[in-house]
Design a protein around this ligand. Structure first.
Ligand SMILES: Nc1nc2c(c(=O)[nH]1)N[C@H]1C(S)=C(S)[C@@H](COP(=O)(O)OP(=O)(O)OC[C@H]3O[C@@H](n4cnc5c(=O)[nH]c(N)nc54)[C@H](O)[C@@H]3O)O[C@H]1N2
Ligand SMILES: Nc1nc2c(c(=O)[nH]1)N[C@H]1C(S)=C(S)[C@@H](COP(=O)(O)OP(=O)(O)OC[C@H]3O[C@@H](n4cnc5c(=O)[nH]c(N)nc54)[C@H](O)[C@@H]3O)O[C@H]1N2
Ligand SMILES: [Mo]
Length: 758
């Protein structure tokens, strides 16, 4: 399978490669956020909008799930938050005239960048069977089309209902309620491609699939690991928290194949010293690890801890914690003691001296937090890798006490809340029981399809209707060619969206676009949950982009009423009219939401209970925190191949491309670049700046090709390379997923680089 650049791609004529930056934020970030916002919204609207981001009475920044501190500054947003807001609050519009001028076949040739630039969707649009263009349709007729296709299915399981993580708690709750009342658990979501591996590993080991720390814990810790994460671009406000922790005495170890700007040095744009001065040196120890070397690193650290305990018994491990709260220590310890150093050094690409230096830092630190993101979750062995991180923390009792714990840093601003609300293809029986008690229907019990299984099911034509509330399924998922073919095989695709993207252009036999309000726009307030389990309100204030838009809640409730009729007794209209009524139902179904409507109106909201964090209560199968044994398999690639990891540039939000620059990595005006270590370039006989195809090899003998990437000589770990997604998603085989979590292996794809033939 071959992927060519889209026809509107600027190519690389304008590409400029400069030196990467050594720090993040500072004055340029302030200037960039205003420049970008001004271009989309105009200056006055930009200022009025941006002052409301993340304020207690304002809207939750759609940028990421990093929590808001208690003491907020006036500008509690970052450069990339400002871009996310501007992208939604843009004054550009896509209406019926746009669709009349552009046939779907033409849109399918465009990039997500071009599509996103066109502006906000303004009215429901329908692509009839065999039609070349989308045409306007009324909301009622649109719901009628969906109801008709759903009624024609042999089984409710022949439909799948995707969610992306911007959906509010209220919309997510009514959505899963509708889907289960319709009769299926086919609720794939972006989590399946994101932190699913964290959820799996943490549920097995600690009993709760969420992070166990608060901002306060970060400030109180002695040592913070930032593993497989690029906060300077993806969670810029995290840098302020790291700076604060540093100033309180913490040290920071960064583990990453790339020397990411934000990890090294940070100039806080919200302080005069940060704007003008040289900033804070954040990282004390940078471990430039080989892609997928993390399991080996943490195994080695665990082995060193056991050996240190042998040398000075009673001084290293937290025996009280292990004896009282943990399970499986002896088996784990016996296994980890055998960890071969040769494998550790090969897998990590680090020196033994550096690992021992990190170990000494660990020994000197009473309170440790490990933060991580996609660098750990998108590999074949991600679940065992994260379990090994948990082993590391358990050894010294670093869970369930101040200043210590696990910190998986979530992506989408409400992805964690959506899961809490029941957006999950494998719901717990207790959740279904509660739903049944509250609503009086029997929800389906069989597990549904996740993202990868949904693609397989559409390919095999066992799923025939695909509905998405948010996101960009076509571009976010792996194996683009296979995914596109799968979607085209369906009878109906429905996208509830704010903006145009490729998922509107690659459709089933019939298709609908249902335009919705975004976070910034006036509606009843909604609620969200951040990465640290804090639930709070979000209230938009801008006038809606068009009078024909409906809120996600209203769309879901309207659809549910039309599809289900009186098959269930849920007062859909009342719920849509008054979101307090939805919150009352959430309170009765989901633990932790007692007095929801009152508590969420308090400034800052409230924090959900978390057994391990609050009381060292571990709701696992053993009732204790579980140590685990995790096999160390070195990822070896054939001669002449590299391990490709796919990352975000500084100018994108997942599949939404804001611009063509990646300022921190020194790239301007181009996205089809591949970052390769100079030593590998020499070994491969390639010149810096050469034009290559990326060819991935899969063990069934199939090959996938992404054409025309410019080689950029770059300081990445040897044997590894990096390029941006979604352009590289074509290279990830559908069947290449993480064990247990089924997450696509977007961070470890074996590729060869071939000279591009024009
Ligand atoms: N501006 C902006 N903000 C965002 C997003 C966005 O696209 N743009 N996306 C949001 C979402 S949904 C998410 S999930 C998060 C993503 O946040 P991140 O996880 O920071 O995003 P990635 O760009 O995938 O970066 C992965 C990092 O892991 C490193 N890495 C890759 N492989 C390995 C490995 O094997 N080991 C180690 N130790 N490191 C590795 C890469 O070099 C890179 O620094 O950000 C959220 N916030
Ligand atoms: N190769 C590779 N692939 C990856 C990743 C990777 O690192 N590498 N990362 C994965 C990860 S972590 C994630 S989370 C997924 C992201 O997958 P998705 O969540 O599916 O993708 P997004 O690009 O975030 O979705 C953008 C679209 O959401 C719509 N939208 C924006 N705001 C709203 C809103 O308020 N309401 C509604 N209804 N729609 C809205 C807009 O139409 C926009 O075009 O991608 C995954 N894919
Ligand atoms: Mo994500």
């Amino acid at each position: 399978m071959v992927s060519k650049p889209p026809v509107d791609d600027v190519g690389d004529e304008g590409l400029v490669v400069g030196p990467p930056k050594e720090y993040a934020a500072g004055l340029p970030a302030v200037a960039w956020s205003l420049r970008h916002a001004g271009r989309q919204m105009g200056v006055k609207r930009s200022l009025l909008t941006l002052v409301q981001v993340n304020q207690k009475q304002g809207f939750d920044c759609p940028g990421c799930a990093w929590p808001e501190p208690d003491h907020r500054s006036v500008a509690e947003f970052c450069e990339n938050g400002a871009k996310a807001v501007a992208e939604e609050a843009t004054v550009r519009r896509v209406g019926a005239d746009f669709f009349a001028a552009h046939p779907v076949a033409e849109l399918a040739d465009k990039s997500d960048y071009w599509l996103g630039q066109q502006g906000r969707l303004t009215e429901p649009m329908y692509l009839a069977e065999g039609a070349s263009h989308y045409a306007p349709i009324s909301w009622e007729d649109a719901f009628g089309v969906i109801a008709e296709e759903l009624a024609a299915l042999d089984s409710p399981d022949a439909a799948a209902f995707y969610t992306s993580g911007r959906t509010s708690n209220e919309a997510a709750f009514v959505y899963q309620l509708f889907v289960r009342a319709f009769g299926t658990n086919n609720l794939p979501d972006c989590s399946n491609m994101c932190h699913e591996s964290s959820g799996s590993a943490l549920t097995q080991t600690l009993g709760v699939g969420k992070g166990s720390v608060s901002l306060e814990d970060l400030y109180r810790s002695d040592l913070i690991f930032v593993v497989g994460q690029n906060p300077g671009t993806n969670h810029p406000r995290m840098l302020s928290a790291l700076e604060k922790a540093k100033q309180a005495g913490a040290s920071i170890v960064a583990v990453n194949p790339l020397p990411e700007a934000g990890l090294l040095r940070f100039k806080n744009p919200q302080k005069v010293s940060g704007v003008l001065g040289s900033g804070t040196q954040l990282t004390d120890e940078f471990a430039q690890i080989r892609v997928n070397g993390d399991l080996a690193l943490f195994r080695a650290l665990n082995r060193l801890l056991l050996e240190a305990e042998d040398a000075a018994p009673g001084t290293v491990l937290d025996r009280d914690f292990i004896d009282e709260y943990a399970h499986g220590f002896e088996e784990f310890a016996a296994d980890v003691r055998t960890t071969p150093w040769a494998d550790v050094l090969e897998a990590t690409g680090l020196s033994r001296e550096q690992i021992e230096r990190i170990h000494r830092r660990v020994l000197g630190s009473r309170r440790i937090v490990v933060c991580w993101a996609m660098g750990l979750t998108q590999h074949k062995n991600s679940v065992p890798t994260i379990r090994e991180v948990v082993n590391f923390l358990l050894l010294r009792g670093n869970v369930g006490r101040p200043g210590a714990g696990v910190c998986p840093v979530r992506g989408h601003s409400n992805v964690q809340g959506d899961r809490t609300m029941g957006i999950y293809e494998k719901p717990a029986p207790a959740f279904l029981d509660a739903l049944e008690r509250e609503f009086g229907f029997a929800p389906p019990r069989a597990h549904g399809h996740d993202v990868v299984d949904t693609i397989r099911a559409m390919r095999d034509e066992s799923v025939k209707v695909f509905v998405a509330v948010g996101g960009n399924f076509v571009s976010a998922t792996p194996d683009t060619a296979a995914t596109e073919a799968a979607l085209r095989a369906t009878r109906l695709t429905v996208q509830v969206s704010t903006k145009l993207n490729r998922s509107h252009a690659v459709t089933g036999r019939r298709a609908l676009i249902l335009p919705t309000l975004g976070r910034t726009e006036r509606d009843q307030f909604v609620t969200v949950e951040d990465s640290m389990s804090a639930v709070h309100m979000s209230r938009g204030k801008l006038p809606p982009a068009s009078p024909k838009l409906r809120s996600e809640v209203a769309i879901v409730c309207g659809l549910a009423e039309r599809v289900l009729g009186d098959r269930v007794s849920v007062p859909w209209r009342d719920l849509a009219r008054d979101y307090d009524l939805i919150r009352d139902r959430i309170e009765r179904v989901i633990p932790g939401f007692t007095d929801f409507n009152r508590r969420v109106r308090e400034p800052g909201g409230f924090v959900l209970p978390h057994g391990p964090r609050d009381a060292r209560r571990f709701p696992t199968t053993t009732g204790k925190a579980n140590f685990s044994r995790n096999e160390l398999a070195v990822l070896r690639v054939p001669e002449g191949r590299l391990i490709l990891q796919t990352v975000r540039s500084h100018d994108q939000y997942n599949t939404t491309i804001y611009g063509l620059d990646d300022r921190y990595r020194g790239i301007k005006q181009g996205r089809r670049v591949v970052f390769v270590n100079p030593v590998d370039l020499t070994a491969l006989g390639l010149a810096d700046g050469a034009l290559v195809d990326l060819v991935s090899e899969w063990h069934d003998g199939s090959e996938r090709r992404a054409e025309a990437f410019r080689v950029v000589s770059y300081d990445t770990a040897a044997g590894c390379c990096a390029a941006y997604f979604p352009e590289t998603n074509v290279l990830v085989p559908l069947d290449s997923t993480a064990d247990e979590s089924n997450t696509p292996t977007s961070k470890s794809i074996v590729v060869r680089l071939e000279p591009h033939r024009r």
